[in-house]
Design a protein around this ligand. Structure first.
Ligand SMILES: C[S@@+](CC[C@H](N)C(=O)[O-])C[C@H]1O[C@@H](n2cnc3c(N)ncnc32)[C@H](O)[C@@H]1O
Length: 184
């Protein structure tokens, strides 16, 4: 298994320039901007409801409205959106992703971090990536103190790899990268 320091190192090492990628869970677009700058994808799809969601922590905010987060994302990626290289989808991943063609070279999951939701997103991603594609997930570490303690990405990945032919092939400080052992 390869080990990287930061998730940005993971992008440099594993995500091919000119690829077609997707980020689930965008927030203010910080990571989306990194993904675009580092990977230089042909197309980057961004999926977020930008609306209060059941997941604690990111579903609502007294200081900044969800629409201001969406606007910030649009502003910082304005040129790429105009060029058609960044496509914004406003809606939850479980609604949006199944409507997209399964063309993704990689999907980076950072949306609803609860165990069942993270597991759902992993399975959905298998239907949306191309053969030989990559699924990555953020907040991949066992811990129980994240805000309300509902983070379950690590456990979801463990269950996912135990039930499928997908394997963790690389890790960074806070992320993991999975490949399907069958198609490698
Ligand atoms: C941790 S933040 C994303 C941070 C972002 N990836 C970054 O690193 O800059 C989580 C985001 O997931 C979004 N989210 C929550 N439930 C979601 C769902 N079902 N589908 C897609 N996004 C979701 C929230 O609205 C929030 O913006």
């Amino acid at each position: 298994m390869k080990t990287y320091d930061l998730r940005t190192d993971l992008y440099t090492g594993e995500f091919a320039p000119g690829s077609i990628g997707c980020e689930i869970g965008v927030f203010f677009g910080d990571n989306a901007e990194d993904l675009f700058r580092i990977v230089q994808p042909a197309k980057l799809h961004l999926i977020d409801p930008w609306a209060p969601m059941p997941m604690p922590g990111y579903g609502g905010d007294k200081r900044e409205s969800q629409s201001s987060r969406l606007n910030k994302t649009r502003d910082r990626l304005e040129q790429q959106i105009i060029q058609g290289r960044v496509i914004i989808h406003v809606g939850p991943a479980e609604v949006v992703l199944p409507t997209l063609q399964p063309v993704f070279d990689w999907i980076y999951i950072d949306g609803d971090h609860r165990f069942k939701s993270a597991l759902r997103d992993l399975y959905m991603a298998t239907n949306a990536v191309v053969s030989g594609g990559i699924i990555a997930a953020h907040d991949y570490y066992p811990k129980d103190d994240w805000e309300t303690g509902e983070i379950g990405v690590y456990e979801a990945v463990q269950e996912f790899i135990s039930e499928t032919s997908w394997e963790v092939s690389a890790v960074a400080k806070d992320s993991c990268l999975l490949r399907d052992g069958v198609s490698v």
